[in-house]
Design a protein around this ligand. Structure first.
Ligand SMILES: Cc1cc2nc3c(=O)[nH]c(=O)nc-3n(C[C@H](O)[C@H](O)[C@H](O)COP(=O)(O)OP(=O)(O)OC[C@H]3O[C@@H](n4cnc5c(N)ncnc54)[C@H](O)[C@@H]3O)c2cc1C
Length: 499
C-alpha cells in the first residue's frame, strides 16, 4: 500500500505528536503553524531578544517537548513551515483538496502563497480561551485566563500586583501559579461551580483517576503552591462586575447558585489592579468547517475512533475535537498521525496511545461535568454590558435587535446589531452570542409577541465559526499566483527565516 503524504495544520501538542507518528509510519510530512515557534498554546517561548537558560520554568513536560521538536527538525521527510497561515481549505469529492497558505510575518511584504494537495490532512488547530462577559470586563486590567498565562509563560510578565483569578475549570490553577511565580499577589481563585457539582464531576469511579497519575502530580504541585503563597480557593463564586476609571480598580464577587445565577446580598467588593477570568475553551473550527467536517452535538469536530472526521482522509486531533488538556492532545495526535499515514488501529505500536486516550478522555469528561458553564451567567449582564468588544455592541442593543428581528436568526442578529462582525470576527464573542440566542435570555427571544418554541443559534444554520477565509490576508495575496513548492527561492526564503 502506498503511504499518503500527510499535511498537519497546527504545531501544538496534538500536531507535533501527529507529525512524528505519521513520519514514523513512513509518510512524507509537512507541518504548518502560524506561530514563530513550535509548541502551540501549551509550550510557549521567550522572545528571541530575551533568551533564558531557564525557558522551561512555568512549563510541564518541557524536555519531552524539546525532544519531540528536535526529532522532527532532524527528520528527513519532515518539512516544518512556521509563520504559515492556512487561510482556506477545499475538499474534493469527499477527500482533502487544496489547502491555501500564506507564509511570513503578519505585516510582512511579498509573502509567498503556497497551495498543498495532500494525500491526508490532519487538523490540529486547538482552541481559543473563553471568557463570559460581565459589566466592566472591557476595562484595561481585565485579562482572559489564557492571555494572563501567555504573558507569564511567554514574557515572564505579571498582569498586576493584586490580582483576582476567577471563572471555571482546572486551568485557573496553573494560571494562579504562574501569576504568583511572576510576582503577583493572587488574592483568591474563584470557581463558579459549587462543591456539589465538583464532587459529582470528580468523585465517581475514583480508581480511574489513578491511571492519570501524571495529572494528579501536577495538581498536587498547584495545591502546594497555593498553600505556600496562601492563595484561597473559593467555590460557588463568580466575578459579576469590574469597576474603575481608567482601568480596573475593584471587582465585585457574588455567590452563585448551581445554575450560576448570582445570589442577591452576597456581593463582596475587592480592590485589585488586575483580574483574570476564564470559562474554559472553545475550539478553533473555521478550517474544519471550511473542509466540510461534521461537528459533534457539543460543537467540536466529530471524529471516529481513528480520529478521522466525517471527510475521508481528513483527521482531527487535540482541543479542536474536545477539551482534554495536553495529554489527550498528544495521544489523539499520535493516533491521527499513524492512521493518516496508512496505519491500522490494530497495530501494536498504537496500543499505549489508545490507552492514554481512554484515560484522558474520561479525565476530560470529569472536567466538563465538574466545571462546565451553567446558564445563569446572563443574569449578571446589564443592558450596557458590552458583549461584542470589537463593534462595542451591548447586551441591550443585542436584545433590541433580537426583538426587532424575531431573535432566532444569528445572521439577522449579526447584520442588525453588528455583533461578531468586527476585527476578531466573533472569535471572542461568537460563542456568547450563540448561547444568548439559544437560551432565550429574557428580552432576546422570549419577549412579547415571540414564539415560545425553542430557539437555537442553528435556526438559520449560521455559525460564527463559518469563515471562508480563516485568517486575514491581503487582496493582492488572494490574487497572487502560488509559489511552486519546488521553487529554490521558496526554500531560500524559508531557510532565511529559520536557518
Ligand atoms: C491562550 C491559551 C493558553 C493556554 N495555556 C495552557 C497552559 O498553560 N496549561 C494547560 O494545561 N493548558 C493550556 N491551554 C490549553 C491548551 O491549549 C491545551 O492543553 C493544548 O495546548 C492543546 O493542544 P492542541 O495541540 O490541541 O492545540 P494548541 O496548542 O492550541 O495548538 C494549535 C496550533 O494550531 C495553530 N493554528 C491554528 N489555526 C491555524 C491556521 N489557520 N494556520 C496555521 N496554524 C494554525 C496555532 O497557531 C497553534 O499553534 C491554553 C489554551 C489557550 C487558548
Amino acid at each position: 500500500m502506498t503511504v499518503p503524504d500527510v499535511l498537519v495544520i497546527g504545531a501544538g501538542p496534538a500536531g507535533l505528536a501527529a507529525a512524528r507518528a505519521a513520519r514514523r509510519r513512513g509518510a512524507s510530512v509537512t507541518l504548518l503553524d502560524s506561530s514563530d515557534e513550535l509548541g502551540g498554546q501549551y509550550w510557549r517561548h521567550l522572545p528571541p531578544q530575551r533568551p533564558s537558560e531557564r525557558e522551561a520554568v512555568l512549563h510541564h513536560g518541557w524536555s519531552a517537548f524539546t525532544a519531540l521538536r528536535e526529532w522532527l527538525e532532524r527528520s528527513a521527510g519532515v518539512t516544518i513551515i512556521r509563520q504559515a497561515y492556512v487561510w482556506a481549505i477545499e475538499t474534493r469529492e469527499g477527500r482533502p483538496g487544496a489547502v491555501f497558505v500564506v507564509v511570513g510575518e503578519v505585516d510582512g511584504e511579498d509573502r509567498p502563497q503556497l497551495v498543498f494537495e495532500p494525500g491526508a490532512l490532519i487538523l490540529a488547530t486547538g482552541a481559543y480561551d473563553r471568557t463570559l462577559p460581565f459589566p466592566g470586563w472591557d476595562l484595561p486590567g481585565v485579562f482572559t485566563a489564557g492571555a494572563a498565562q501567555a504573558l507569564a509563560k511567554g514574557e515572564r510578565v505579571a498582569i498586576g500586583r493584586r490580582v483576582v483569578v476567577a471563572g471555571a475549570g482546572p486551568f485557573l490553577l496553573p494560571v494562579a501559579a504562574s501569576l504568583a511565580a511572576t510576582g503577583s499577589t493572587v488574592l483568591g481563585v474563584y470557581e463558579a461551580n459549587r462543591t456539589a457539582s465538583l464532587i459529582a464531576g470528580w468523585l465517581p469511579r475514583p480508581w480511574q483517576l489513578l491511571r492519570a497519575a501524571r495529572k494528579g502530580g501536577e495538581l498536587a504541585g498547584y495545591v502546594r503552591g497555593h498553600l505556600r503563597h496562601r492563595i484561597p480557593y473559593r467555590v460557588g463564586k463568580a466575578v459579576i462586575r469590574a469597576d474603575g476609571t481608567d482601568r480596573v480598580e475593584t471587582v465585585t464577587i457574588a455567590s452563585v447558585d448551581a445554575a450560576w445565577s448570582p445570589l442577591a446580598g452576597t456581593e463582596q467588593t475587592i480592590a485589585v489592579d488586575a483580574v483574570c477570568v476564564g470559562h474554559g475553551f472553545t475550539p478553533r473550527l473555521e478550517l474544519a468547517i471550511a473542509a466540510g467536517c461534521a461537528l459533534s452535538d457539543d460543537d467540536f469536530v466529530w471524529v471516529d475512533e481513528r480520529q478521522q472526521t466525517s471527510i475521508p482522509l481528513v483527521f482531527a486531533a487535540g482541543e479542536v475535537t474536545g477539551i482534554g488538556g495536553v495529554d489527550l492532545a498528544l495521544a489523539e495526535g499520535e493516533i491521527a498521525g499513524h492512521l493518516a499515514a496508512g496505519g491500522s488501529i490494530q497495530d501494536a505500536a498504537l496500543a499505549p496511545a489508545l490507552a492514554h486516550r481512554r484515560t484522558y478522555r474520561s479525565f476530560a469528561s470529569r472536567i466538563e461535568n465538574a466545571h462546565g458553564v451553567a446558564g445563569g451567567w446572563s443574569e449578571w449582564l446589564t443592558p450596557d454590558t458590552v458583549v461584542c468588544r470589537c463593534e462595542e455592541v451591548t447586551y441591550g442593543v443585542l436584545c433590541d435587535a433580537a426583538s426587532a428581528t424575531g431573535g432566532a436568526s444569528l445572521r439577522s442578529l449579526k447584520l442588525s446589531s453588528r455583533a461578531g462582525l468586527g476585527i476578531c470576527q466573533g472569535r471572542v464573542c461568537g460563542r456568547t452570542i450563540e448561547d444568548l440566542i439559544a437560551k432565550r435570555a429574557p428580552g432576546l427571544a422570549g419577549g412579547p409577541g415571540h414564539s415560545d418554541a425553542p430557539v437555537s443559534s442553528a435556526a438559520d444554520r449560521v455559525r460564527t465559526d463559518r469563515r471562508p477565509i480563516a485568517v486575514p490576508i491581503r487582496l493582492g495575496e488572494l490574487a497572487a499566483e502560488p509559489t511552486p513548492l519546488s521553487s529554490p527561492s521558496l526554500s531560500d526564503r524559508l531557510r532565511e527565516r529559520h536557518p
